[in-house]
Design a protein around this ligand. Structure first.
Ligand SMILES: CC(C)(COP(=O)(O)OP(=O)(O)OC[C@H]1O[C@@H](n2cnc3c(N)ncnc32)[C@H](O)[C@@H]1OP(=O)(O)O)[C@@H](O)C(=O)NCCC(=O)NCCS
Length: 355
């Protein structure tokens, strides 16, 4: 295929035709490769992420063949880090040569920006549970794997990337009966005891929690298992939380946060984030979930997960499911999720390379 690669135009509004085509291609390619239709990007939300570059930067590119859009690629980094950069590539039709060329383009751009520690999450349409062991490439942890012969896996290997981790995508389907969640929440709250109080909010973070929430978010980059991936600490403060809220609010996306306050210190020591898209009939994304390391073993993970889902059942009644990504070796988190009813949907390889 003959193609050219150029920067994507970031329009003023999300109803721009070229922008809609760009987002639609990303969504088509992801659905094809993951087998899941639950994770389409909303054009307004994605546009807000490209347009607002205060804390996180995304540079996007399109591949055109004969005037037709055939590929989309992006490079993303957090300004509070120095080396990390994340790549994403989508092609439609699936095309290994184009995938490779878009990756090469992103790598050059990242080098120009001085970013050296690159990662990329890649889905494969083949379920490794249908393969024999010699057909599976596993990360060093031994947990999970990707189909070795798949073209996208071969592209990553040929470009010198290594498989640092495998991420499981899991889905919680809306239930009509909240009582199992309530029973788990009650049991976990009894273990945690009166020092810990669960709180919930949607939209703007209450002033009294914003500093503590920002600190807890920063732990998401340091206190979760990253396998063989190297991940720099990302800094968060109250103004960054406020900036995120200001970006998100006009898109119609809603963040619903369940947190646990530790009364003796006044800190937020656990939280769960559910992100409901502007189209309320779409699936909800679970972003961060964490109990800070000094506060593990008190069932706080179960508390934030169960209370978050109970509130979500009422708050987002049209949303059919909650989707979450966890490292395949993250047994503590998977235990919490499996116990409340999340089931595996598909897996992604987390690849990395030094540029
Ligand atoms: C998942 C998580 C919230 C569960 O924590 P939790 O609610 O404290 O878990 P539990 O209370 O059920 O803990 C059960 C036991 O496992 C231990 N434990 C829980 N998470 C642990 C961890 N990450 N590392 C070591 N031990 C852990 C607890 O100390 C406890 O041990 P004990 O019975 O001897 O006291 C927590 O592990 C965590 O925050 N992990 C990091 C964040 C993360 O991975 N998020 C998902 C990213 S996608």
């Amino acid at each position: 295929m003959n193609f050219t690669i150029e920067p994507v135009a970031v329009p003023a509004t999300a109803d721009d035709g070229a922008w809609r085509s760009y987002v639609a291609l990303i969504n088509r390619a992801y659905e094809r490769d993951s087998g899941s239709a639950l994770l389409p990007w909303d054009p307004s939300v994605l546009l807000s992420q490209y347009a607002v570059r205060t804390h996180r930067v995304i540079d996007g590119f399109v591949a055109l063949a004969g005037g037709e859009l055939v590929g989309a690629a992006s490079l993303e980094y957090d300004r509070s880090t120095a080396r990390d950069v994340e790549f994403a590539v989508a092609t439609d039709p699936a095309d290994a040569e184009l995938h490779d060329a878009l990756l090469a383009h992103l790598e050059r751009h990242a080098r120009e920006l001085g970013r050296s520690n690159a990662s990329a999450y890649v889905s494969s349409p083949v379920d490794i549970r249908t393969l024999s062991d010699d057909e599976i490439l596993r990360p060093a942890s031994g947990f999970g794997g990707v189909p070795l012969a798949a073209p996208e896996v071969q592209t990553m290997l040929a470009r010198g990337y290594s498989l640092g981790q495998v991420e499981r995508c899991s889905v919680y389907r809306r239930t009509a009966d909240p009582s199992p969640l309530q029973a788990r929440l009650d049991a976990a709250s009894a273990v945690a005891g009166p020092d810990y109080e669960a709180v919930w909010w949607s939209g703007r973070t209450p002033d009294e929690y914003v500093d503590a929430y920002a600190y807890a978010i920063s732990r998401m980059s340091t206190d979760i298992p990253h396998g063989e991936l190297e991940v720099e600490e990302q800094t968060w403060d109250a103004s960054r939380v406020r900036a995120r809220e200001a970006r998100v609010e006009p898109t119609g996306e809603t963040w619903a946060i369940t947190a646990v306050v530790h009364h003796p210190t006044g800190r937020i020591v656990a939280f769960n984030e559910l992100v409901i898209p502007p189209d309320r009939t779409q699936a909800t994304m679970n972003y961060g979930t964490i109990a800070l390391s000094d506060h593990r073993g008190h069932r706080l993970g179960t508390i934030v997960k169960c209370l978050g889902l109970l509130r979500w059942l009422e708050f987002a009644p049209e949303s059919p499911a909650v989707v979450t990504f966890n490292a395949e070796e993250n047994r503590y988190m998977l235990d919490v999720n499996e116990a409340v009813g999340f089931t595996p949907s598909h897996w992604e390889g987390a690849w990395s390379t030094q540029l």
